[in-house]
Design a protein around this ligand. Structure first.
Ligand SMILES: Nc1ncnc2c1ncn2[C@@H]1O[C@H](COP(=O)(O)OP(=O)(O)O)[C@@H](O)[C@H]1O
Ligand SMILES: [Mg+2]
Length: 253
C-alpha cells in the first residue's frame, strides 16, 4: 500500500525541499516506486530535478483545479523509479480560485487517487505557510514529516504547525499522523545543534529520527545542476545522510 508523506514546516529555509528531493531520490535508489509532488509555487523541487518551469504546459495547478489528470502531468526523472508532479507560479492562483469551493481542502487527495497505487511512496513538498495548499497536502497524506533546522528558534512556531495537523485530523483526515522530526543542517560540533536536538527529544521523544542531516555544501550545490545529491556527489556526507535517513524511514514503516 502507498504511503503518502507531507514534508512541512511553515518556516522557509529549514530544508523541506532538500529533504523532499533527496529522500525521494534515496527511496527510489533503494528500489521503491516514488512520486514527488511539488506543492510550492516557488517550484524549487521541480527545478532541483532539472525541469525548466516556464516550459511546463501542465503542472500541479491544472491537476488540482481538475483540468488535467495526474497521468498526463507526471514526468520522468534521471532515476527510473522516481517520478515528479512539477509545479510553477500558476499554483499561486489556486488559493484564490478555490475560496468558495466547499471541497477545497480535498483537491490534492482527489487528484492523486487514480495513480497512487502505482507508487510505494508519495512525497509532498509543502510551501512555507499553513495555507490552503498545506491543508490539501495534509488532507491527502497519511503522515507529516517535519524538518527542523538545527538553529536558534528551531522549535518556535511548531505549536501552530501541530495545531494545523490537529485541525486537519478532526475535520478532514482522522488517520493523519506525525511521521517524525528530522534535524537538518546539523553541525555536531556546535552546542547550538546539540541544544536543538535535546529540546526536540524532550518535546517529541521517539518521534525524532536518529539520523541527522549534516550541513553539507554539496546539498546546496546539487539543485543548481538539477540533480539530487546522490547523482551529483554520491560520496558526499549530504548524500549519505539522506540515504541513511531513507533506510531509517523504511525500517520504521
Ligand atoms: N543539510 C544542508 N546543508 C547545506 N545546505 C542546505 C542543507 N539543507 C538545505 N540547504 C540549503 O538551504 C537552503 C534552504 O533549504 P530548502 O530545502 O530550500 O528549505 P525550504 O524548502 O524549507 O525553504 C537551500 O539553499 C538549500 O540548498
Ligand atoms: Mg522549499
Amino acid at each position: 500500500m502507498v504511503q503518502i508523506i507531507s514534508i512541512a514546516n511553515q518556516k522557509g529555509g529549514v530544508g523541506k525541499t532538500t529533504t523532499a528531493v533527496n529522500l525521494s531520490a534515496s527511496l527510489a535508489k533503494l528500489g521503491k516506486r516514488v512520486l514527488l509532488v511539488d506543492c510550492d509555487s516557488q517550484a524549487n523541487a521541480t527545478t532541483g530535478l532539472g525541469i525548466e518551469k516556464p516550459d511546463l504546459e501542465l503542472s500541479l495547478y491544472q491537476g488540482m483545479i481538475g483540468e488535467a489528470d495526474a497521468r498526463d502531468i507526471i514526468l520522468s526523472t534521471m532515476l527510473p523509479k522516481l517520478k515528479l508532479i512539477p509545479s510553477n507560479v500558476d499554483l499561486i492562483g489556486f488559493e484564490i480560485e478555490m475560496v468558495s469551493d466547499p471541497r477545497r481542502e480535498a483537491k490534492l487527495k482527489q487528484f492523486l487517487v487514480p495513480v497512487q497505487e502505482e507508487f510505494d511512496f508519495i512525497i509532498i513538498d509543502c510551501p512555507p505557510a499553513l495555507s490552503l495548499l498545506t491543508l490539501n497536502a495534509f488532507t491527502a497524506s497519511h503522515s507529516v514529516l517535519i524538518p527542523l533546522q538545527s538553529e536558534f528558534f528551531a522549535l518556535e512556531g511548531l505549536g501552530q504547525l501541530l495545531d494545523t495537523v490537529k485541525r486537519v485530523k478532526s475535520s478532514f483526515n482522522p488517520g493523519l499522523k506525525i511521521k517524525g522530526i528530522l534535524l537538518t543542517m546539523f553541525d555536531r560540533r556546535t552546542n547550538l545543534a546539540q541544544n536543538v536536538m535535546e529540546d526536540a527529544r524532550q518535546y517529541f521523544k521517539d518521534l525524532v529520527f536518529k539520523t541527522k542531516i549534516p550541513r553539507n555544501v554539496k546539498l546546496g550545490e546539487a539543485p543548481s545542476y538539477g540533480l539530487p545529491a546522490l547523482l551529483y556527489d554520491k560520496a558526499s556526507q549530504g548524500s549519505k545522510g539522506y540515504m541513511a535517513f531513507a533506510r531509517e524511514l523504511l525500517r520504521k514503516s
